[in-house]
Ligand binder design. Structure first.
Ligand code: DX5
Ligand code: ZN
Length: 223
């Protein structure tokens, strides 16, 4: 099996045209995306305020793909119920925002959905040691949370490789998602390092090409 076949793509709708959000979600679905990545920011942990549960409810009606929610918010434990009820299939929280990470992961799982944990570029993966067996996904940020279209931070590649080795060594099945600055140049570096789910915002939603062509180009860059 080639890397191309194993790798999943999770388009980040933060880069979508919000005046046509439903159409764009339907278009990435038709184009063969594996997840829909939804970036939730609160203006505190991450500088922008983006998307809340009512928009997730609307997106839920436009696709059958799993909704991959990335909560970049303080006190995420207060929002789990609302986002799960809005139709999330997977909720990822940041380790930097959780005083009681194990409890928050448990809260997510108790809603009958998958749970993920994310680390910022400056956060060491050693902090994940104890929680790895409990999570369905680990998200390595390759930009600082906040915006689409930022430049990929290359020094995170070593971290991805070490995390891949750790997951394999301990025979853990958590998916390794990589988020930020993914394009046709960086995608193959990330996959070589061990990333298996690629979040892509500006590489998928842009004015240069159709969404279908953009996803195809990203996949072809992995061959
Ligand atoms: C950044 C978000 C990312 C972002 C990705 O805080 O978590 O998901 O939207 O956008 P690109 O792929 O353009 O870096
Ligand atoms: Zn994200």
């Amino acid at each position: 099996m080639t890397n191309n076949q194993k790798v999943k793509i999770s388009p980040s709708i933060l880069s979508a045209d919000f005046t046509r959000l439903g159409e764009q979600v339907a278009e990435v679905t038709r184009a063969g995306a594996d997840y829909i990545h939804i970036d939730v920011m609160d203006g505190h942990f991450a500088p922008q305020i983006t998307i809340g549960p009512p928009v997730v409810t609307a997106i839920r009606k436009c696709t059958n793909l799993p909704l991959d929610l990335h909560l970049m918010i303080e006190s995420p434990e207060n929002q789990i119920n609302q986002f799960a009820n809005a139709g999330a299939n997977l909720i990822t929280v940041h380790i930097e925002t959780c005083q009681h990470l194990h409890r928050v992961i448990q809260m997510i799982k108790d809603k009958g959905i998958k749970a993920g944990v994310s680390v910022n570029p400056a956060t060491p993966i050693s902090l994940l040691d104890e929680i790895l067996p409990e999570v369905d996904m680990v998200v390595v940020m390759t930009v600082n949370p906040g915006f689409s279209g930022q430049i990929f931070i290359e020094s995170t590649l070593g971290k991805i490789a070490r995390l891949r080795a750790e997951l394999d060594k301990r025979d853990l099945n958590a998916e390794l998602e990589v988020d930020g600055g993914i394009n046709e140049k960086t995608a193959s570096l990330v996959v070589k390092a061990g990333g298996r789910v690629l979040v892509a915002g500006s590489a998928v939603f842009n004015t240069r090409e159709s969404i279908g062509d953009a996803i195809k180009r990203l996949r072809e860059s992995l061959v």
